[in-house]
Design a protein around this ligand. Structure first.
Ligand SMILES: Cc1cc2nc3c(=O)[nH]c(=O)nc-3n(C[C@H](O)[C@H](O)[C@H](O)COP(=O)(O)O)c2cc1C
Length: 293
């Protein structure tokens, strides 16, 4: 069976949380073993740096899937080559943080590969890129890696202890796709919310807000006649600081849209397709502020 190795870098989605990273780690752990894929995923300050080795069909299918993933952008394929043997015999994923790395290891890597403002520089040269990944992989498996995992092990991560009385909060879901709206309503019920309103665009959402003011709004961005950004803008104008907590549900990761939403005071983003773990995590972050306030 012919084996291939590919190496790429990409930019992490700016607002990626620990829960998203844990989810990527858990998915990779589960799928790669089944697909016969080994390699290493490094999570740097602003970038992902990944090497994957395996049979061509499995490798190509997985790479296409990863490229469609909205949790990162601007992929840069550094190399794709046929190999005789695997150099990365296992699958591993690590958060790379120079500050928490064995100091000798950190200075060695910087000397060899150079430093960027956010840590070790990722070489553009395919051979050097492979060499850096292999140095880190070897050190992980030689146990020379002094507690480098900025990311907790997804399996061993302690369950989040959040005691939130969801029943006392009213949520409004604004989403024009009926099927997606239904799925989100179901997930919210499973989390424990009892008062859940719905609207299919910003204009009807404004009417809902007037009828029964929500504590939390989950809102799509692209809708007609009024989109999510305009809805939030009107809400801010009308209610100022009394505006409910606001989370955008979006497939958009363009900086202009994200920045505009932040200027309007959005509290969080959930990237579509909405996953139950991500929904619960972001809601907990936002609702615990309501509980505290
Ligand atoms: C930077 C990055 C690296 C990823 N690496 C892998 C990987 O090695 N293996 C994997 O199965 N999924 C990986 N994923 C997640 C996939 O894009 C996808 O969400 C996952 O395979 C779940 O697909 P499924 O729902 O079909 O199981 C990665 C995602 C990102 C953003």
């Amino acid at each position: 069976m012919k084996l291939y190795r590919l190496i790429y870098t990409s930019d992490k989605f700016e607002y990626l949380g620990l829960a998203d990273l844990r989810e990527i780690l858990a998915e990779s752990e589960k799928n790669n073993a089944k697909l016969g894929i080994t390699g290493l995923l490094l999570v740097l300050d602003k970038k992902f740096f990944q090497v994957l080795e395996g049979p061509s069909t499995a490798l190509n299918t997985l790479y296409e899937k990863i490229m469609r993933d909205l949790r990162h952008k601007n992929p840069n394929l550094l190399s794709y080559t046929q190999i005789h043997d695997r150099q990365f015999k296992e699958w591993s994923a690590r958060g790379v943080n120079l500050a928490s790395m064995n100091p000798q290891m950190a200075s060695l890597l910087i000397k060899k590969y150079g430093e960027s403002e956010s840590g070790i520089a990722i070489p553009e040269d395919p051979w050097l890129a492979f060499s850096l990944l292999y140095d880190i992989y070897s050190s992980i498996h030689l146990s020379e890696w002094a507690d480098t995992t900025a990311l907790p092990d997804p399996v061993a991560a302690p369950p989040e202890k959040v005691l939130i009385n969801y029943q006392k909060y009213r949520v409004l879901v604004v989403e024009d796709d009926t099927v997606v709206r239904r799925i989100i309503l179901k997930m919210l019920q499973q989390i424990g919310f009892r008062y859940i309103g719905e609207a299919d665009n910003g204009a009807s959402a404004l009417q809902e807000v007037d009828k029964i003011p929500p504590d939390l709004i989950l809102c799509d961005i692209e809708m007609k006649p009024m989109d999510g950004l305009s809805f939030l803008q009107v809400l801010r104008k009308n209610q100022g600081d009394l505006c409910p907590k606001f989370i955008f549900l979006t497939g958009h990761t363009e900086a202009t849209i994200i920045n505009c939403a932040y200027e309007l005071g959005v509290d969080a983003f959930i990237i579509k397709p909405v996953r139950a773990t991500q929904l619960r995590y972001q809601i907990n972050q936002v609702v615990s502020q309501l509980d505290a306030g």
